[in-house]
Ligand binder design. Sequence first.
Ligand SMILES: [Zn+2]
Length: 309
Amino acid sequence: MDLWSHDRFTFPLPANHRFPLSKYALLRARLEAEGIARPDEIHECEPVAWEWIEAVQQRALVERLRAGTLSVREQRGLGLPWSAALVERARRTTAGTVAAARRALARGVGMNLGGGTHHAGYDFARGYCLFNDVAVALARVRTDGDARRVLVVDCDVHQGDGTAQALAGDPDAFTLSLHGARNYPFQRIPSDLDVDLASGTGDADYLEALDGALDVALRRCAPDIAFYLAGADPWEGDRLGRLALTKAGLLARDERVLDRLRAAGIPVCVVLAGGYAEDVRDTVDINAATAAAVAARMRRMPHVVASSG
Ligand SMILES: [Zn+2]
């Protein structure tokens, strides 16, 4: 299965920082070891063009990110120390989502081993997110002429405020976010459909809420492409999660989202979003299971080609 990764590109991070910088290389190694992808099937991207980012985010913000001239307040909100390497890496993972979206439109499903930076909005970049990769990828596939209408299924445990803002007022976009009610971001920007889950929500209640939300979303939009943010942070052991899903529950979630979108004939681009387990190998387990679920579906649909939207 073709995948995109930016795992070789790192950036300076203080010791004991919560951002799981080591996850990406471990995930690549795991997928290769388990035969989910061959080494030559895991691709690297060149950094996305600045113009592609400026097509969806405020030019002045992009310029501050590029030059490292964020205000103290912006720097604190971002939560990652600025460096040229940080910015380049963010451009590479954004390019991975563009490539995976194009693959989804050609083959029914595509996956980036990164991305899902949903706290980046039109004029802000916070919560470890510099660029909104989904908004950038959507703009590209629209420019390609391969899709117009979009559904975002955001299952990261944190509400998708940046995506909601970046796509607000877009009549061809429907944003769905399932997240912990009492969790970051504490000042929300409403999605088209927000599902607040109580702290401690487990597998059964989560899956029921997900089904109901997908029912509503699929009634209210007819997308040409979907982006699925398969966050690992609803896991019961996550340090920033507050929900109580098991690894089996998270896999059931992935399968539910993938199968419902596929049954509706909607190409789906999968991105990782967050995951902050104490032991990074737990996050890798969850992300690898997502990739295996995607791979299983890819094998069953080798000749599917989506029609132009
Ligand atoms: Zn998250």
